[in-house]
Design a protein around this ligand. Structure first.
Ligand code: ASP
Ligand code: MG
Length: 437
């Protein structure tokens, strides 16, 4: 069971988490994020230090400490528990204060970022202790690791985690930190922002859990973006492939890379709502469950690059040469469409755009279009389902569609359009595909 920042962000939320994890007697590993807002503050502290602004860093540290000090009296009631919680806060803020005095480095910034999850889990453990709830705190830094490419490997995690669980055979409840891990140099590192979901999926895969529950503040994945359209509904069931597509193309509820470990070990993933625990949420399993469109999601900040060349006509090896340029600059391509004389690709990072364009120029005429959005329509057997494609394009009538991609998989159609049309398009699709306003 993984609980996100808002699910542990207030003392009463932590109390509720304790209730949720003790509802049944099954053994479980509980992964916690940092309290909401903490990781952002730690990023700001690191940034201030990186730019040599120790004054700002110090102010941010003090502000964060005050937040935690105010958290304690609401979290725990007994003097003994309050003293323990105070000692934990003292330890971690002393560490941050010491860091202020050392010269800044990349490795040190990772140490700073790790404080959030260390604090949340330790404080939660104090609360469980006060309530007499038997549990063990598992230090993620002793079993979560990333390899030389900064990628976590289930087998490596399993090899370290199993003996620790073995040593705690008498326990049924384990608490551990999301997000943080060690790299190949043995330094503290992390799984990138939002990485607690990833931790949960990796741990679930490593121990072959019966289910991986991701508890957040929304009742599952929705069919459309609730910030853009008025009415959305939670999706009951998705396949791993559909869920991966949605997570990658903008459904904020799940960290996009977090799906593969659970998928690999066939551990079902449930997305549940801490504020509404009875709600069914979304279940993600191996099979798609039903056919037809399930959701649309949008990803902004997309750049389209068009390469036009008559040399492409009847040529072979042309795409390889183009792809090599993107590989060289480690820039992933999201969408691709081709005609006999042109190819369009999209990327979501402009970091190396200038250099990429320069290297593409010898291949033909290059056009770059910024500020685009990919809208991804996700479901199973989309083309086989009656009318889906016609309803889709009918809904898109007023939209200047720039690219369409279908056929890479049976469960996705992606459309590229100028970002200024995103809101309108999501609304049109909500009506056209789901009959919702
Ligand atoms: N605390 C980390 C973050 O805010 C990890 C997470 O919450 O998933 O990015
Ligand atoms: Mg989070």
């Amino acid at each position: 069971m993984k609980f996100g920042g808002t699910s542990v962000g207030k003392p009463e939320r932590m109390h509720q988490v304790a209730e949720l994890i003790t509802k049944d007697a099954e053994s479980k590993i509980v992964v916690l994020s940092a309290l909401s807002g903490t990781t952002n503050s730690l990023v700001a502290i690191g940034d201030a230090m990186a730019s040599g602004d120790r004054e700002t860093a110090k102010q941010q540290i003090d502000k964060l400490e005050a937040h935690y000090q105010a958290f304690i009296p609401e979290l725990v009631k007994t003097d003994a528990a309050r003293a323990k919680a105070k000692a934990i806060i003292a330890e971690h803020f002393e560490f941050l204060t010491i860091i202020l005095k050392i010269s800044f480095s990349e490795a040190l910034s990772k140490d700073i970022l790790a404080q959030g999850e260390l604090l949340s889990t330790k404080l939660f453990s104090v609360y469980l202790g006060e309530k007499g709830i038997d549990h063990a705190l598992l230090p993620a830094l002793e079993f979560m690791s990333i390899d030389i490419h900064d990628e976590p490997q289930v087998s490596a995690i399993r090899a370290k985690l199993m003996p620790i669980l073995e040593q705690n055979k008498d326990k049924k409840l384990f608490i551990t930190q999301g997000y943080i891990c060690r790299n190949v140099r043995g330094e503290v590192d992390n799984l990138k922002r939002g990485g607690s979901d990833y931790t949960a999926s990796l741990v679930a895969a490593a121990v072959n859990a019966s289910v991986c529950e991701i508890w957040t503040d929304i009742d599952g994945m929705h069919n459309n973006d609730p910030r853009v359209v008025k009415k959305t509904v939670a999706i009951e069931q998705l396949s791993f492939e559909e869920a991966a597509e949605l997570a990658y193309f903008g459904a904020k509820i799940l960290h996009p890379t977090c799906i593969w470990p659970a998928q690999q070990q066939k551990v079902p993933v449930k997305l549940l709502n801490t504020m509404q625990p009875e709600a069914a949420g979304t279940v993600i399993t191996q099979e798609a469950g039903s056919v037809g469109v399930k959701a649309v999601a949008a990803k902004d900040g997309i750049i389209a690059i068009n390469i036009k060349s008559s040399r492409m006509l009847l040529a072979y090896g042309f795409l390889r040469k183009i792809f090599e340029v993107f590989e060289k600059y480690r820039t992933p391509i999201d969408m691709i469409t081709t005609s006999e004389v042109a190819v369009s690709v999209t990327i979501d990072s402009g970091t190396h755009l200038k250099a990429i364009v320069k290297e593409l120029e010898p291949f033909g005429t290059i056009e770059v279009e910024q500020d685009h959005t990919i809208i991804s329509v996700v479901g199973n057997e989309i083309a086989q389902t009656q009318n889906v494609l016609s309803r889709l394009f009918e809904a898109l009538t007023p939209v200047p569609v720039r690219m369409v991609s279908y056929g890479g998989s049976k469960h996705n159609v992606s459309i590229l359009l100028p970002s200024s049309f995103k809101t309108q398009t999501l609304q049109l699709l909500n009506k056209g595909l789901f009959g919702l306003e």
